[in-house]
Design a protein around this ligand. Structure first.
Ligand code: MN
Length: 482
């Protein structure tokens, strides 16, 4: 995206830092539960509360999840990594420091391919990913004069994914977040729900004259909590920078807050630097050392990821790139599709899935797991059309009934007598009737108005209550009228 200034054209330079809550039964350095929705301070161990003498113990499963995620990001897994203390005071962090990774993160450089609206794709480079603990929550809205602290979230494992400043438009950042969420969900390492805070995005934005490769001062917006807001924040912040530069000002490095209501950003604090946190190696935890065997073992467990699935659907099942992209974004949808398409025309199944089926889910406000139409029944419906048992038009009515009753299409077609008439004799009788009843149209047709053919076909189909096979109707009409 190019921003037209008064004097020149500007380009956006943006990078993202995403905190992703690790799916794990217990916290990263204690045995306390991570269950969402528990009563306040129910899931708090002495370690999480920062009691004197308590020591952290690294959760093996969180490491496993992080390595899995790193492999899913096509990233280098660092066999040596180290934990550090990041020191700062916050009321919902009783230890006064966060255990994180600084100099030696568990995951190094990787890459995520994003799919853009115009059908093209772009590789976004990952700088690193480290693991760390989350802080608790300060609750300000229960009492006007008191703040309450809930430590249930304190110590929950996080993966912090940092990208290179590779985004040139809000759309690219939006596409990246969707792709990242899709990969994490396929892997089962983070549920990716931004509105519940299990995926939180910090946005770094700067601008530069279009075509140059300089990197100017950036501003950071913390914890933007939806894809839409991230996109808005990037655009509005970039426009603010352009305005500052074009009015002869300088952009200061600072942390800003995005206000979803106005869509604007406002200053929160002047940016702190890494040295302000007095990072030092965590004395209570040894370095984390992984073996090649261990990394290979995790790699062997990886499921087929969205890109691989998409490529397979295009190459083996003949889907268009766009259809494959839409279907593969969500693993449940991809699984449903594969089940429905087994043994049938995959393209036709995809059309039904993305058309009537998605529209039905949306109308009924259901997830695909709650669909009254099973994958097998959707496949069976397509087969009935393929085998000319019903026409595409009747199939729409059958589908409506399926989505109400959940019945198999064969049963509905049988019970309602919807089978297509392919008996030439029966159709011929209807064709003759239509011709006999419309002599004026017949002579108009013979006089050159051949466009009337469609009208005749429509009449015969209507007369047969939609059941006459359209190919036979066309053939018979052509024979009799020409
Ligand atoms: Mn962090």
């Amino acid at each position: 995206m190019i921003i037209e200034g008064k004097e020149k054209k500007w380009e956006i330079v943006c990078g993202l830092e995403i905190h992703c809550q690790i799916i794990s039964e217990s916290k990263i350095f204690s045995g306390a539960s991570t269950r969402f929705g528990a009563d306040a301070n129910e899931n708090v161990s002495f370690v999480d509360a920062g009691m004197p003498g308590m020591l952290p113990t690294l959760n093996r499963y969180c490491v496993h999840q992080a390595v899995k995620t790193g492999l899913g990001l096509r990233a280098k897994i660092n066999k040596f990594s180290e934990f550090s203390r990041k020191n700062y005071f916050y009321a919902d962090m009783p230890t006064g420091y966060q255990i994180t990774q600084f100099q030696y993160p568990i995951v190094g450089e990787g890459v995520v391919t994003v799919d853009l609206e115009d059908g093209s794709s772009k590789d976004i480079r990952i700088e690193r990913m480290h693991i760390e603990q989350d802080a608790g929550k300060s609750i300000h809205d229960i009492d006007s004069r008191k703040t309450f602290i809930d430590l249930n979230r304190a110590g929950v494992g996080l993966m912090e994914i940092v990208t290179k400043p590779d985004f040139r438009s809000p759309e690219e950042a939006g596409a990246f977040l969707k792709k990242l969420r899709s990969i994490l969900r396929y892997l089962g390492t983070c549920d990716g729900n931004m509105d519940e805070g299990s995926m939180r995005c910090d946005v770094n934005v700067s601008v530069r004259p279009a075509g140059s490769d300089e990197l100017r001062t950036r501003c950071e917006m913390k914890n933007v909590n939806s894809v839409k807001f991230v996109m808005q924040a990037i655009e509005n912040e970039a426009r603010r920078h352009v305005e500052v530069y074009e009015n002869g000002g300088t952009v200061e490095q600072e942390t800003r807050q995005f206000d979803p209501i106005s869509g604007q950003t406002k200053v929160m604090r002047k940016k702190e630097f890494a040295h302000d946190y007095r990072y030092f190696p965590e004395p209570d935890l040894p370095p984390l050392v992984l073996t090649d065997e261990y990394i290979k073992q995790v790699a062997d467990e990886l499921p087929e990821l969205p890109d691989a699935k998409k490529a397979r659907f295009v190459e083996k099942l003949g889907l268009t790139k766009y259809d494959a992209m839409v279907i593969c974004e969500n693993k449940e949808v991809a699984d449903f599709f594969e089940k429905a398409a087994a043994g049938h025309d995959a393209k036709k199944v995809a059309n039904w899935l993305m058309g009537d089926f998605f529209a039905m889910l949306k109308r009924k406000n259901l997830t695909i797991d709650e669909s009254p139409v099973s994958a097998e029944n959707l496949g069976a419906l397509v087969e009935l059309i393929e085998k000319n048992v019903i026409s595409g038009k009747i199939a729409k009515d059958v589908f409506e009934i399926m989505s109400e009753t959940g019945d198999a299409p064969e049963k509905i077609v049988e019970e309602k007598g919807l089978k297509q008439v392919t008996d030439t004799g029966a159709i011929e009788a209807v064709v003759d009737k239509v011709i006999a009843e419309n002599p004026d149209k017949v002579s108009a047709y013979k006089g050159g108005k051949t466009g009337l053919m469609g009208w005749f076909v429509g009449q015969v189909i209507k007369e047969s209550k939609g059941k006459a096979n359209p190919q036979i109707v066309n053939r018979l009409l052509a024979e009799k009228l020409n």
